[in-house]
Design a protein around this ligand. Structure first.
Ligand SMILES: CC(C)(COP(=O)(O)OP(=O)(O)OC[C@H]1O[C@@H](n2cnc3c(N)ncnc32)[C@H](O)[C@@H]1OP(=O)(O)O)[C@@H](O)C(=O)NCCC(=O)NCCS
Length: 180
């Protein structure tokens, strides 16, 4: 496929995960990935069926990993914690906005979930742009939740319900393994 697309995350994405974590300092907040071993462990945990994550790779036209959109599922309540990141080299092209919209639609439709939720630091407006584009509605503000470099930072919380309006805007194609 000669355009950005979504596909299932796979073990061979570990080098792409490591590259993304090395691409900018704030990626350290997304997990503990510092070398090949920890990158493999990170992918293995996301793929572990017992841990109920649904990890989707945002793939470049050449199918290599640019970013991740994941839903961590709370089966009992049919809720999902929604989260995402992009390699710094691939940001700002609207890929994440389209990817997050596509996966939020999928989770509330084929994925069988009723409620998706996310939170982002108030000083991370790009993440809020992605959330709103993907149909999330602002729900609240957790005051001074995180301590970052000695400063307490607010977190903005968002949710999207299966009954909320489906947002307009572009989607990315979801490519099955055989078609990749
Ligand atoms: C958040 C993140 C995934 C966004 O990736 P991206 O490639 O920039 O996303 P996109 O290009 O698809 O779009 C970002 C949106 O934010 C907007 N945006 C970018 N910079 C912005 C800024 N300074 N202020 C407000 N909006 C901004 C963009 O314009 C776009 O919205 P638009 O399409 O309505 O214009 C990326 O910055 C990232 O990986 N950050 C580190 C990890 C992280 O913070 N993840 C989120 C945790 S909840």
């Amino acid at each position: 496929m000669n355009s950005p697309h979504l596909r299932l995350l796979r073990l061979s994405d570990a080098p792409g995960v490591l590259a993304a974590f090395k691409s900018s300092p704030e990626m350290s907040r997304q997990g503990d990935v510092t070398d090949e071993t920890s990158a493999c462990r990170y992918v293995e945990r996301l793929l572990d069926p017992e841990l109920s994550h649904r990890p989707w790779a945002v793939a470049r036209p050449d199918d290599s990993l640019a970013g991740l959109v994941a839903v961590s599922v709370d089966e009992q309540n049919r809720n999902g914690w929604f989260w995402y990141w992009m390699n710094a080299a691939d940001r700002g092209q609207g890929w994440m906005r389209s990817a997050a919209t596509t996966i939020a639609d999928w989770a509330l439709d084929q994925g069988g979930l009723y409620r998706l939720e996310l939170g982002h630091r108030a000083n991370n407006p790009e993440s809020g742009g992605v959330a709103r584009a993907a149909g999330f509605i602002r729900e609240g503000l957790e005051r001074e939740k995180f301590l970052v470099n000695g400063e307490r930072i607010d977190v903005l919380t968002y949710g999207r319900l299966a009954t909320d309006p489906v947002p307009e805007g572009p989607r990315l194609p979801i490519v099955s393994p055989s078609a990749a």
